[in-house]
Design a protein around this ligand. Structure first.
Ligand code: ASP
Length: 319
């Protein structure tokens, strides 16, 4: 009896703790995981990544600090990375086997559990914004290909010629990847002062992908997920594994049903389940109290975080 009352008390405490805004806020970003090693980088390229990650992080942080929503913070932070040729999303998207750029993106709102996703678009400059529009202004969660393009036009989004996505570096990596596999993606998760979590992910997918392949990024519960009662997650890595192991939702479920902390749940999935299965990658997460996690099982992951307690950092390799 006493035991049961204690349990109920703890449950009430943790429930209220998650649903009452306490002015904590923060965000975490990633710019993709993979074979990112110091010996393969030049100091100039390293600097460029650090500068762009810092700019993206600062944008999201300033939105959250001034009382803006996690929804705006995530979208605008990701746009900065999409507009940079450095990351495999938007401008810097990798090439498909046939030499196209086919972009995927998703967003999810932890308060309402609304979501928007887009798959396989070739001419939309900022797929993250299209994902948000799909969530807000359509009756659907996911649109793909030509229909998604038509909707983007109707919504007045910027449409670009496919040549916009041509970067020498990605073209060369396609030629190389005809032999090995390559990935990378951008993502952002945020908690705002109202206690609302939001997640977003945007990607060019995997270099050399074939046949209209769609990865985990736009699949809610696989590469992107948010729920105010648990966490917001954005993943990066070999998408087929993240889909099969429903990675982002698995972490939320471990928190909800097994009372795991965000960090324990994320590490279990990335370093345990996925690693055993041969699934390479990582993820970023933030919980309803502003606690963060950034595990990966690859040599590196572009990542950074900033929270209202004044902590912040940008990292590339394993520390
Ligand atoms: N997860 C993405 C995909 O499989 C790629 C990546 O994150 O690098 O499409």
């Amino acid at each position: 009896m006493i035991k049961n009352s204690i349990l109920v008390f703890i449950l009430i405490i943790s429930f209220t703790a998650c649903n009452e805004p306490d002015e904590n806020f923060g965000l975490v970003i990633h710019g993709g995981a993979g074979l990112i090693k110091k010996e393969n980088m030049t100091p100039e390229l390293e600097k460029q990544y650090e500068t762009k990650l810092t700019e993206a992080l600062a944008k999201g942080y300033s939105i959250l600090k001034s009382g803006g929503s996690s929804r705006d913070a995530v979208e605008q932070t990701i746009q900065i990375m999409e507009n940079s040729p450095l990351f495999n999303a938007g401008k810097g998207a990798v090439f498909t086997h046939d030499g196209y750029n086919e972009l995927d993106a998703a967003v999810m709102d932890g308060k309402t559990l609304e979501a928007g996703a887009v798959a396989g678009v070739r001419n939309v400059k900022n797929p993250i914004t299209l994902a948000r529009k799909i969530m807000e202004n359509s009756a659907h969660v996911m649109l793909s290909g030509n229909g998604a393009l038509e909707f983007a036009r109707e919504q007045g989004l910027e449409i670009v010629d496919s040549s916009y996505f041509f970067t020498e570096r990605r073209w060369k990596s396609l030629q190389k990847a005809l032999k090995d596999k390559k990935f990378g993606t951008v993502g952002c998760v945020a908690l705002d002062k109202e206690g609302n979590l939001f997640a977003g992910t945007s990607t060019g997918g995997m270099t050399n992908k074939q046949y209209g392949r769609i990865g985990d990024s736009p699949i809610i519960g696989a590469g992107t997920y948010a729920n105010n009662n648990t966490c917001a997650i954005s993943a990066t890595g070999h998408g087929e594994f993240f889909i099969r192991y429903t990675v982002a939702h698995e972490i939320s479920a471990l928190m909800k049903f097994k009372n795991y902390s965000l960090d324990d749940a994320a590490k279990l999935v990335i370093n345990g389940t996925l690693k055993k299965a041969g699934g390479e990658g990582g993820l970023i997460g933030i919980d309803c109290k502003g606690k963060i996690t950034m595990p990966f099982n690859t040599p590196g992951m572009f990542r950074g975080f900033a929270t209202s307690d004044g902590e912040r950092g940008i990292f590339i390799y394993k520390e």
